[in-house]
Design a protein around this ligand. Structure first.
Ligand code: ARG
Length: 459
């Protein structure tokens, strides 16, 4: 296939080099953006008197025909034409003749690819925002579905204090709220229009970048042409957003995997979200959570790769920047899949409330409450801590829980104990008593859920 840039070359490109430098195998997914950008560019060229109105009309018609061909599967992408931009431009000239060659006036592939990528990412951010909101809703629904279930809360993965299961879930909800707000930040800096930067320095033609920006629904434009063609911050920011989001989902995955083990048995995943073993007939594996946890690694990798690609680049465009797309696209696909699959997994998951409450009743996670009891009777916290530490040791020796101690045993530990200690040590009391703002009491969690609904509503 003859090259669009063939004029300066006396020899044809090595086949291996064509394959190595080509990006069509992955950038063809931006065909819609490429065509929409070209249509806006052609219209602008005509409005500014740079090409004729009738010429622009033929270009727009040709591009629209190409769009239909691609969507109908009638377009074959050529590796020898390198990328989506030249595949489409070449076909345009084949369709409408030499006037097609006027489309690239006052434009370079450098600002063209930047435009396409901004537009593509904006479209995908909107989709991801919707999926993220749906996952927030699924988390919130699960929290509302189990308002009274008490479970052990952990630090160091050791039982620490009793908490509401809904409180635990709401922790993830608020992580996802921050993710959403980070995504909004990414959007605002992706919403800048680079076209018109030309190859790097602007153009000699009297173009109207502001009109193009408005036509393509951009909120603003790049102020500097060198920056416009070499900036990949918006991609890096998206990859950072995605990495943090995936890290959250990976933490949740880790908990889901633990909770669905026989050792915990806190939850049961729906059969639809698990797979079996080819050898062990009894197995029901939490593959979805494992894969989300695993795929988090590749998203981190894409962020690191892009940072590394960008770090040594002189201004402005360098071919290295073509490496921005595969990681970005893979991240978009991974995030969309992970969000979708998690919303459905949470909606179908069953909670084993009995197991959770049994776990929390047979441990020492009410020890802090026993110390707080003594503090409320006037004992300094450090001394109370010491007394309860001794009580725990005593219980371990006697093979008992704190709740099993008799009043006289309590009073041997400290004369401050009275009969109401038994009430104070009940897990329900412990949970209810943590009524500080943001705490695990039913009142606080109820307020958090109400606040969460408001956040989703405003998003
Ligand atoms: N396929 C290229 C990319 O993705 C388009 C820009 C090519 N520009 C150039 N001067 N070779 O970056």
């Amino acid at each position: 296939m003859t090259k669009l840039w063939g004029g300066r070359f006396a020899k044809s490109t090595d086949g291996m080099v064509e394959e190595f430098t080509s990006s069509i195998s992955f950038d063809s997914r931006m065909y819609r953006q490429d065509i929409a950008g070209s249509i806006a560019h052609a219209k602008m060229l005509a409005r500014c008197g740079i090409i004729g109105g009738e010429e622009a009309g033929r270009i727009v018609e040709g591009l629209t025909g190409i769009l239909h061909d691609i969507e109908a599967g009638r377009f074959s992408f050529e590796v020898s034409l390198e990328d989506i931009h030249m595949n489409i431009e070449k076909r345009l000239t084949e369709r409408i003749g030499p006037v097609g060659g006027k489309l690239h006036t006052a434009r370079s592939r450098n600002d063209q690819v930047a435009l396409d990528t901004h537009m593509y990412l904006k479209q995908e951010i909107a989709v991801i925002a919707g999926l993220l909101t749906d996952l927030q809703q699924a988390v919130l629904d699960a929290a509302e579905k189990y308002p009274a279930v008490i479970m052990p809360g952990y630090t160091h993965l050791q039982r620490a204090q009793p908490i509401l299961f809904s409180h635990h879930l709401m922790a993830y909800f608020f992580m996802l709220v921050r993710d959403f707000s980070r995504l909004e930040g990414v959007w605002s800096r992706t919403d800048l229009m680079p076209l018109g930067a030309g190859a790097l320095a602007g153009t000699t033609f009297p173009i109207d970048r502001h009109w193009v920006a408005e036509e393509l629904k951009f909120g603003g434009l790049y102020d500097n042409s060198l920056d416009a063609v070499s900036d990949r911050d918006y991609i890096l920011e998206f990859l950072s957003f995605a990495s943090i989001l995936m890290m959250h989902l990976s933490r949740l995955s880790e908990e889901i995997i633990l909770w669905s083990s026989a050792e915990f048995s806190f939850i049961e995943l729906d059969d639809a979200h698990c797979t079996g073993s080819s050898i062990m007939p009894q197995k029901k594996n939490p593959d979805v959570s494992e894969l989300v946890r695993g795929k988090t690694g590749r998203v981190f990798g894409h962020l690191m790769a892009m940072l590394t690609v960008a770090k040594g680049l002189p201004l402005a465009y360098n071919k290295d920047l073509q490496e921005d797309k595969e990681g970005l696209f893979d991240t978009i696909d991974t995030v969309k899949f992970s969000l979708t699959v998690y919303a459905s997994l949470l909606r179908a998951m069953k909670v084993n409330a009995d197991r959770m409450s049994e776990a929390v009743r047979h441990d020492f996670s009410n020890a802090t409450d026993m110390a707080d009891y003594l503090v409320k009777k006037g004992l300094p916290f450090r001394q109370a801590h010491e007394v309860v530490g001794k009580a725990v040791l005593y219980c371990i020796e006697q093979n008992k829980w704190l709740m099993d101690l008799s009043l006289s045993e309590f009073q041997q530990l400290s004369p401050l104990f009275e009969i109401d200690i038994l009430e104070a040590l009940k897990v329900e009391t412990c949970v209810e008593a943590r009524n500080s703002f943001g705490g695990t009491s039913p009142l606080q969690v109820g307020q958090a859920i109400t606040k969460g609904k408001g956040i989703i509503f405003r998003q």
